[in-house]
Ligand binder design. Sequence first.
Ligand SMILES: Nc1ncnc2c1ncn2[C@@H]1O[C@H](COP(=O)(O)OP(=O)(O)O)[C@@H](O)[C@H]1O
Ligand SMILES: [Mg+2]
Length: 360
Amino acid sequence: MSLFKKKEGRTVPSVDDILSALSRVQDPELGRDLVSLNMIRNVAVSGGEVSLDLVLTTPACPRKSEIREAVERAVLSVPGVGKVDVRVSADVKAAKGPMEGRRPVEGVKNILAVASGKGGVGKSTVSANVAVSLRQAGARVGLLDADIYGPSIPTLLNLKNHQLRGENGMILPASADGLKVLSIGFMLEDDSPVIWRGPMLMKALGQFLHGTAWGELDYLVIDLPPGTGDVQLSLVQMTPVAGAIVVTTPQDLALIDVKKAVRMFEQVGVPILGVIENMSYFLCPHCDGRSEIFGHGGAAETCRQMGLRFLGEIPLQTTVREASDAGIPIVTRAPDSPAAIALAKTASGAAAALAVLESL
Ligand SMILES: Nc1ncnc2c1ncn2[C@@H]1O[C@H](COP(=O)(O)OP(=O)(O)O)[C@@H](O)[C@H]1O
Ligand SMILES: [Mg+2]
């Protein structure tokens, strides 16, 4: 039986013909076809011209152009189609995350925690650049700096002089090029270290999560304090965290900490989106030479052993530190640098991993 209608001797495709062709195109991450995933919408056929919406699960989709091309090819393969117009957009799903006793943050679809077994591995650098990358891709993003031991997001995003403000009993986040930002550092008068007492700390962080006018967000990235102790555990249990990214460096000792961090999240039912190896290798600013100071491949191997996604490796580049010190993240300041490209890739990898979780 022919699926195609004949009109004036020519084959005229129908909407069903287009959908049936697209039901043979799979999303490479989700492993299911685009039609049953509801990623194809508003198909219109006019003569030989087809237009449709391709609605991705994240604007930071790492396979965006690949999927778009596959859609175009599939539509053009339908007899009678001469032209296709694919409008690409994204609709980020809300994560399920573990619930028991946890209070969601209103309007926030996904909370993404960035953790590390120890300090100094680049957790804040990764948090800021991942948040900015997701924002650059077109997502609505917030960044919460919960690192009570050393809040560095105000420096990284040039918000050191930001004065905390409120409206209608809610805290207003600061804005860095449309990225909504709140830091525990905004509550401190100067750089002197503060010893937070448990209850006071939990109250402050509770207000940051639930007493803040975050608005509608696709992703709220949380820069957690380093380590895997009680503070980190309580924080993760305050709200349903959709997924966690673990940042490490290539040294063996740091890799042992990855296992600890993974166990901590497992304990509270938070899925690990993947592991990032920062300061993976040194890129010399003078000769562009690559030195693997601490060896190579440790984090990727740990991921293989533990069945985790390896989100990528970020080179150690002087320009990363310089950008951070200047208050402009490297993905904004030098988007074509190897470190910025690697950071943007880890951001889309994490967003894709979240989308996979949400489609299960
Ligand atoms: N890939 C990198 N290349 C160069 N410097 C880096 C890189 N990642 C982090 N740094 C620098 O290392 C220091 C520690 O990074 P930071 O993000 O503050 O770590 P953490 O939050 O884990 O303590 C900072 O001075 C930062 O600018
Ligand atoms: Mg930090």
